[in-house]
Design a protein around this ligand. Sequence first.
Ligand SMILES: Cc1cc2nc3c(=O)[nH]c(=O)nc-3n(C[C@H](O)[C@H](O)[C@H](O)COP(=O)(O)O)c2cc1C
Length: 328
Amino acid sequence: MTTPTEVHSPPTERQSPLATRLGPLRLRNPLLSASGCFGYGEEMGAFVDPGVYGAIVGKSISRLPRNGNPIPRVCETASGMLNSIGLQNPGMDAFISNYLPRMRHYDTVVVVNIVGDSIDEYVQMAERLDREPGVGAIELNISCPNCAVGGMEFGIDPQATETLVRKVRDCFRGPIFAKLTPNVTDIVPVAKAAEAGGADVLSLINTFVGMSVDWRKRRPRLGGVTGGLSGPAIKPLALRLVWLASRACRIPIVGIGGIMNADDVLEFLVAGASAVQLGTAHFVEPRSVPRILEALEQAVQDEGLDNISDLVGTLKTDKKPITIQGDG
Ligand SMILES: Cc1cc2nc3c(=O)[nH]c(=O)nc-3n(C[C@H](O)[C@H](O)[C@H](O)COP(=O)(O)O)c2cc1C
């Protein structure tokens, strides 16, 4: 495990205009891979070096292996995609023996995303990861829309969120990200509950539950019937949730949702995110991150900024927003 005082901080990059702080973590840039869209790093090795990312977040790991949902598991939608993977993963034992040893060698921060059926399972996994070297942070997936038990069940209830985060906080010394679901009426009480429980970072957001229908076949397009919507279609929704949570909480936010290019990244930073994760972008252009990093450096220079973080939370709203809930 990496304790908050020994955070990853490549000395040669300290002066980089993209170097970013994310709570106790120092990142070489604010771009992270989103869970489930980058494997455990090596699956993307043919396209991109995980070391170019500020941090990489692995696919959700559960205590025991999971086989996932029936196929088809993904389908394309207007400006986005639906997935119903069902958290297929090799389980914690196989992750620790087969994947983590290789992830430790990446020249970046490794964030291990975990999901459980019960609070006890999250705690057991966090205890194990606390003893493992090379775990820069954990991300609690309390937001998956594609499983019958666990995940989103906790993240829709502020009380359950606070209890879960607090119990994990008691046994894990490194930074904790709480990844929240947008599938709630109001994200603010859940965000505040995660903060009260001791989360260091909020990851906002996981996918929106949706579905796609092939009317000719009278069938859903996904084997799991419903799935999680991601990609540019959800960006305006995600931006609003990041903005709302950043006004309500003091801990930093990682913005997630439909980020495809440098302008998207900068929009999230201005709305209040300190860093961002890219998910669906990897399915469209697996090498998008190196390209976006170049464009971000250029934007920082063009704006005459010392560091990209100078943009965080700089959104100007002339008056009180007319609608918070967006009722038209
Ligand atoms: C195919 C796929 C698999 C995903 N698997 C996970 C997962 O295992 N754990 C998790 O926390 N989020 C998972 N997500 C959600 C993403 O991490 C991200 O929150 C979401 O896709 C929104 O970001 P995007 O619009 O950039 O894709 C998955 C998303 C996709 C598209």
